[in-house]
Ligand binder design. Sequence first.
Ligand code: ADP
Ligand code: MG
Length: 225
Amino acid sequence: MTNRVTVAALDAWLRAFAGLVAEHEDELSRLDAAIGDADHGANMNRGLTAATAALDALAAGEPPPAAGAVLSRVGMTLISTVGGASGPLFGTFFLRMGTTLGDHETPTVETLAAALRAGLAGVVQRGKAEVGDKTMYDALAPAVEAFEAALAAGEPLAGALAAASKAADDGCTATIPLVARKGRASYLGERSVGHQDPGATTVGLFFRAALDAGIDAAAAGREAG
Ligand code: ADP
Ligand code: MG
């Protein structure tokens, strides 16, 4: 039996992410007010509201979209609707995930892991962030690592996502004492210390959304893999 993820599950995850960002918009913008320009919550909420509408349009079409199309659509929408640094960065993350998921109707959990890894690589390629720069990377990189490690240890998808979510949350908290070295917050230098990075916080919401949406592997009987 191969554990697979359905397109419906990925769609539910993305919608849950949009819902959490809408709920936490003010908090995300408050975090950005401390070390940036107070627009991160509004940026992400605007982008993900548009992405949800794009998902509706995609779902209404025929044939039903493959996994890659769903993720790529979200990525393209973020890039085209969010002006801040986070639009291209999160947009690239989802676009790269989409490229890796490709035409699969029900990707395996291993393909999902490869997609997350490719998304992370896209963020690095675009933003050049390294460990400890106090960016979204500091939540995303440990989350991807924890996800891969949990799968390698035989955890089911839900367990691997829980591990990723915990690693992302720990990564967020770990940004608090850091000096920002990338993005707008880096202009503050030492004064960025003591504040949690907004983009990292959004990454935490992304993995929490998977848990909220109840994402787990389905032993799908479809051919695609
Ligand atoms: P802007 O900084 O343009 O106002 P946002 O406020 O929406 O954009 O997003 C800020 C977030 O983007 C930061 O909290 C950080 O996590 C992330 N970020 C900024 N620059 C980079 C970078 N070079 N690499 C990775 N993440 C970055
Ligand atoms: Mg900002």
